[in-house]
Design a protein around this ligand. Sequence first.
Ligand SMILES: *[C@@H]1O[C@H](CO)[C@@H](O)[C@H](O)[C@H]1NC(C)=O
Ligand SMILES: *[C@@H]1O[C@H](CO)[C@@H](O)[C@H](O)[C@H]1NC(C)=O
Ligand SMILES: *[C@@H]1O[C@H](CO)[C@@H](O)[C@H](O)[C@H]1NC(C)=O
Ligand SMILES: *[C@@H]1O[C@H](CO)[C@@H](O)[C@H](O)[C@H]1NC(C)=O
Ligand SMILES: *[C@@H]1O[C@H](CO)[C@@H](O)[C@H](O)[C@H]1NC(C)=O
Length: 440
Amino acid sequence: MKGAYWHKLTGTKVSFTVIILLITTVFVYTWKRNPLLTSFLLSSDQFRIIPKDFENLQESYPGNKLPSKVPDNTSETPDIDPDIWNDEKEDDEVRENDPEDCNYAKGKWVPDTGRPFYSGSECKRWLSEMWACRLMQRTDFSFEKFRWQPENCKMPSFTGMKFLRRMRHKTLAFVGDSLGRQQFQSMMCMITGGKPAPQVQDVGWEFGLVKAPGAVRPDGWAYRFPRSNTTVLFYWSASLCELQPLLNGSDPKFVSYALHLDRPVTFLKKYLDRFHVLVLNTGHHWNRGKFQGNHWKLHAYGKPFSDKLDLSTAKNLTLHSIVSWLNSQIVRNPNLKVFLRTLSPRHFVNGDWNTGGSCDNTVPLKGGSEVLLEKSSDPIAELAVNGSRVRLLDITALSQLRDECHISKYGKSSNGVHDCLHWCLPGVPDTWNEILFARI
Ligand SMILES: *[C@@H]1O[C@H](CO)[C@@H](O)[C@H](O)[C@H]1NC(C)=O
Ligand SMILES: *[C@@H]1O[C@H](CO)[C@@H](O)[C@H](O)[C@H]1NC(C)=O
Ligand SMILES: *[C@@H]1O[C@H](CO)[C@@H](O)[C@H](O)[C@H]1NC(C)=O
Ligand SMILES: *[C@@H]1O[C@H](CO)[C@@H](O)[C@H](O)[C@H]1NC(C)=O
Ligand SMILES: *[C@@H]1O[C@H](CO)[C@@H](O)[C@H](O)[C@H]1NC(C)=O
């Protein structure tokens, strides 16, 4: 299974798998008249290359219990609250200022007994068990009862109803790594209040997000709230770059991938026209271990790049080129709102994730509750969007203050390894979504 699965296949099995893939794809194609052939094949490869050894901390989904097919109840069950839909006068809160005039990253955490937005033990349809700390041995949950108060801006109160009204006939897409997936799951729980919401449809197939035979999971998930015709999706792309399988003449079993730093991931090129709000993130895959495990080979401008290239430089090149491409797309379609989410901070102390590092603090905001800096704590992302129409969703410094909010030692299959990278949900990514909501 997982990454090793692909590489263990013999040549015969590879061709067999390819034939099955093709047949299934053609079947899906004719079934739904869904022109998604190439991304179906390429992207499922992309998903398979997750290395086994980073299972707990990084990008595998050991506890993933999301059903691949949810009940397709397309009846006219209203989303959330039936009465408000037809009331056109019931509009969003009046916005006095342009939300882009405000720096949401500067402010403070304040106690709020009205939090969280949903229950971490109830949001089972959307929230993976591996991130639901309420389902673990953890006993302290005071960290759930805080909200972020930006210094100089009004934070609109989030409700699922308001979100859906604002996103009527629109699509919100998260594209990124497991931290992006956390933000996606948080958003689904926030909109539904953690309820199963049987009327919400699984529309993954519309975006090629179907589980390939032999794959552990699809490349992402897409759900639609039928009443408001709002779609929320996540697509897995840890690097945001195009990945191209490289054939190995001497050993056909050994598949590596050209990581084209200057080319946006195929999924974006294919579906961007259907998105209204896009939230990107990347960051924790730009290290040697990940590159080796994933068999990624640096490429830029169509040619292999020296493996000696510093990976932070490689990431920087990718950020600048994807921002520049998206900027040109926004010029073409000014209604598109694109956010680059800044780096989600890690909190390992006394070692890294694989050398006994931990994050044992349970006292909220022990290190302070305020962000006073005007500038982002992720200067690479900040510089990448500067001068473009891509916006910065700057969550680094405010998340930095919340070291007590990680999965820590409570992950089920952690084997003693602490997870000080991913967040408990409900938790910090809910705040990222509140800020996002304030700006869409
Ligand atoms: C859809 O769900 C509603 C309520 O949950 C139920 O009454 C109805 O029978 C369902 N319809 C279908 C087609 O399954
Ligand atoms: C739903 O929204 C999409 C745009 O995201 C639009 O193309 C489509 O026509 C809408 N469907 C309905 C039934 O209004
Ligand atoms: C081809 O496969 C072998 C392993 O069998 C590997 O050592 C070699 O690096 C691969 N070549 C390329 C260009 O990836
Ligand atoms: C990132 O790339 C930009 C544009 O090429 C360059 O100006 C900047 O110095 C680079 N930053 C780093 C940290 O490499
Ligand atoms: C963004 O660019 C402007 C010039 O266009 C410069 O004055 C400003 O300092 C830059 N901001 C950052 C954060 O680099």
